[in-house]
Design a protein around this ligand. Structure first.
Ligand code: CTP
Ligand code: MG
Length: 393
């Protein structure tokens, strides 16, 4: 590995998923079109500093795990290795430990089944291990009232203030963890228990609700729901405008004044780029079109420049719960030659919309009204993302 990471994440994915009851091992069950393992690795490869990633796969599934890992990791595949697990989770962790690179000082052990764990949780655990020099588990407060029972009798209420539901990744100084696993004499339910049994100190940091473990079909459904509501809705729109050349007018195009160029006819300044973008944005948001919103009958818009339309359109789509993701424009015509001022125009429009606007231009090889130099036309597409999670989106 080029830069010898000091932290490794062992992703244990070798379980069969008995309680989920799918036809494939749990890590290979699909969650909204991608395997649980792929979703989990998304989070792992999402951390800021490079880490070694060791996937522990079920017997016979190493190849498939490798393919998933490579697809997620892309260029970072050099940090990935896959080994085969054992009968108990503890055996799987042991196999993972054997694959640690020499440079590793901190080891995190993570359940593949916690598919939606955010990268921030992985980083939080890793940093705490380095800072505190001991074991670290992410824990969340227990919301339910807890009772100690004896058969069907409730004996007492347990003070939940002092309790945490513990998740993964759990992080440890490497050599202490290795020693703890070498010394382990019984089956424990998590790595912190193995570490404690060997006399190690374990501390807690905040966990995250979304790092819950997918165990049952109910959990799988819940994860699906969380995933879908976390993905913002998007909408695309298209807008087209054409204006005739009017040599007696000043040219305003793409939010810029073009001294010395023949202008465009129109009720406003004839800026076909701004108008096409306005229509693309309005159509994406389902808010009608430029004619309906800024009618030619309205004196307020006589001679108005493109920035007026774009600023007002942006205000309206944002009020409707959308944000501009990007806009792409194609200008079709002989003049003006756009390339010398393309960057300037893109900057002006990008500032107005608060999102990247790119502009391309083409001629029509002498064909049609644009080819004859009678006018220009412009096509724009826009992408919007929802800012509110309303079901209307
Ligand atoms: N695990 C593992 N090797 C095992 C058993 C479990 O790597 N021999 C992994 C699982 O793949 C999972 C994590 O440990 O990511 C937590 O285990 P659990 O949720 O219990 O998964 P399974 O054991 O697969 O599920 P079940 O207990 O329902 O069979
Ligand atoms: Mg299990």
């Amino acid at each position: 590995m080029i830069d010898s990471p000091r932290t490794a994440v062992i992703v244990v994915a070798a379980g069969s998923g008995t309680r989920l009851g799918a036809s494939v091992p749990k890590a290979f069950v699909e969650l909204d079109g991608r395997e649980i393992l792929a979703r989990c690795l998304d989070g792992v490869f999402g951390v800021q500093e490079p880490v070694q990633v060791i996937v522990v796969a079920p017997e016979g599934w190493a190849e498939r795990a490798e393919a998933i890992g490579r697809e997620v990791a892309g260029a970072a595949s050099i940090y990935l290795s896959v080994v085969t697990g054992g009968a108990e989770r503890q055996d799987s962790v042991t196999r993972g430990l054997e694959a640690l690179a020499p440079s590793i000082e901190t080891v995190l052990v993570h359940d593949a089944a916690r598919a939606l764990t955010p990268p921030a949780q992985i980083e939080r655990v890793a940093h705490a291990v380095v800072q505190r020099g001991c074991g670290v588990v992410p824990g969340i407060p227990v919301a339910d009232t807890l009772k100690r029972v004896d058969g069907e009798d409730v004996r007492e209420t347990v003070d939940r203030q002092a309790l945490r539901a513990v998740q993964t990744p759990q992080g440890f100084p490497r050599h202490e963890l290795e020693r703890a696993y070498q010394a382990v004499a019984q089956v424990h339910t998590d790595d912190a228990a193995v570490f404690s049994a060997a006399g190690g100190r374990v501390t807690v940091v905040d966990g995250d609700e979304s790092a819950f473990k997918i165990t049952t079909p109910w959990d799988l459904r819940r994860a699906l729901r969380m995933l879908r509501s976390a993905t913002p809705a998007t909408r695309t729109g298209i807008g087209i405008d054409a204006h005739a050349i009017d040599p007696s007018a000043e040219l305003w195009l793409a939010g810029l004044h073009w001294p010395g160029e023949a202008g465009l006819a129109g009720h406003s300044d004839g800026d076909a780029v701004s108008h096409a973008i306005t229509d693309a944005l309005l159509s994406a948001a389902g808010l009608g079109d430029i004619g309906g919103l800024f009618g030619t009958a309205d004196e307020a818009y006589a001679g108005a420049h493109g920035d007026v339309f774009l600023a007002e359109t942006r205000r309206r789509i944002e009020r409707a719960g959308w944000r501009v993701a990007n806009v792409s424009v194609q200008v079709i015509g002989n003049r003006p030659k756009l390339s010398p001022r393309r960057a300037e125009a893109e900057r002006v429009l990008t500032d107005l919309l608060g999102a990247p606007v790119s502009i391309a231009a083409t001629t029509t090889d002498g064909l049609g009204f644009t080819g004859r130099g009678e006018g220009i036309s412009v096509i724009a597409t826009a992408l919007l993302t929802a800012t509110s999670h309303s079901d209307d989106h």
